[in-house]
Design a protein around this ligand. Structure first.
Ligand SMILES: C[S@@+](CC[C@H](N)C(=O)[O-])C[C@H]1O[C@@H](n2cnc3c(N)ncnc32)[C@H](O)[C@@H]1O
Length: 347
């Protein structure tokens, strides 16, 4: 998409310094800024902080108090998780743009925004600047988000605001609300409150969760609320009817490729240069939408002379279609089609 081409500031562990790398994308700016975070931090200490955090997240959520408590926690979260949550939100936004082409949000609120991954994804999707507010209850996350955002020319004026997500949450009117990897940390009542507040405030709402059965269930819960509030589903579904997946039998999720940092390799082992972030999402809007004609909901299976596509289709049915060489150009298109793409692919 329209990634701004602009100078980047390298963020060291204390303060941002002068721009050093011209002409880079948001993803590259984020990578450099995150690498700077760990400068001077002994590798063992960084890996230890990540492992503590993973253990915390495996504990019982929702919690009564922020999990991200201090700078070491948020630096570890940002370095370890932000590239993945950034890529997942960016994929969801890309699918949204395809369904609502030409629309550019004039304002953005990122609820439970933490260190701001979704603000980076929005900046990677739509060029230009807009008023942006990040709401979170963890002050250290907001502080680090602000520090990282100094590296991106479009994010320097973001408001980093402390707020608790709950029944008392009201949002100022805005165009776009993102809720990325947050619902997992909320009670059922707070999940309802945040989605309802988002629907009341925004023209478009994008919810992203982990690509697990539980993450998908939270996305479906949000999707139902958004439809009840009068929204149309822009992506991933090709329709705004009920999801055809029988609860408990499967879950709709997608995959985004993320470059692995040296910290990742240290924590997870192995030498792969990338990993695939699995995520579930819904992008909905009050604007008119042209959703995908159908959506590829599993990795396509390429066999000799044929491609098997598992599709969610506009008559709210799941179908497997076999595209063979006899289909000519459609076969060529099927070979280039990926999990999560619309089908047929646009020209
Ligand atoms: C897993 S992080 C996701 C951060 C960011 N949205 C992303 O995609 O990388 C969850 C965030 O939700 C915030 N959060 C959780 N419960 C909250 C609550 N009740 N009120 C405000 N923020 C909350 C946490 O502090 C944390 O920053």
């Amino acid at each position: 998409m329209n990634d701004p081409v602009a100078p980047v500031a390298r963020v060291a562990s204390d303060a941002p310094v002068a721009p050093v790398v011209p002409d880079v994308s948001s993803a590259e700016m984020l990578r450099v800024a995150l690498a700077g975070l760990l400068d001077g931090l002994p590798a063992r200490q960084a890996a230890g902080a990540v492992e503590r955090l993973i253990a915390n997240y495996r504990g019982s959520t929702p919690t009564d108090a922020p999990i991200l408590r201090d700078r070491a926690d948020v630096a570890a979260y940002a370095a370890y998780r932000m590239p993945a949550t950034f890529e997942a939100v960016r994929s969801a936004l890309e699918a949204f743009v395809a369904a609502v082409p030409g629309w550019v949000p004039a304002g953005h609120v990122d609820v439970g925004g933490g260190t701001g991954a979704a603000t980076w994804a929005v900046a990677a999707t739509w060029e230009g600047t807009r008023p942006v507010t990040v709401l979170d209850w963890a002050e250290p996350a907001l502080a680090l988000g602000r520090e990282l955002a100094a590296a991106h020319p479009a994010l320097r004026d973001v408001r980093w605001q402390r707020a608790r997500i709950g029944a008392a949450l009201t949002l100022e009117p805005t165009d776009l609300v993102t809720v990325s990897y947050v619902l997992n940390e909320l009670t059922e009542a707070d999940r309802a409150a945040v989605v309802e507040a988002a629907a009341a405030a925004a023209q478009a709402v994008v919810v992203v969760e982990a690509g697990t059965p539980a993450g998908y269930a939270r996305v479906i819960e949000a999707r139902d609320r958004l439809i009840a509030a009068g929204f149309h589903i822009a992506a991933p579904c090709p329709h705004s009817a009920a999801c055809p997946i029988v609860p408990g039998t499967d879950w709709c999720h997608f995959s985004a490729r993320v470059s692995r940092s040296s910290l990742h390799r240290q924590v997870k082992g192995g030498s792969l240069a990338y990993e695939d972030e699995k995520f579930s999402y819904v992008a909905a809007t009050r604007l008119p939408v042209t959703p995908a004609p159908a959506r590829v909901v599993r990795r396509p299976q390429i066999r000799k002379g044929q491609v098997l596509l598992d599709l969610c289709e506009p008559d709210d049915q799941l179908r497997r279609r076999t595209i063979t060489k006899r289909h000519g150009d459609l076969y060529k298109a099927a070979r280039d089609t990926d999990w999560g793409d619309p089908w047929p692919r646009p020209e």
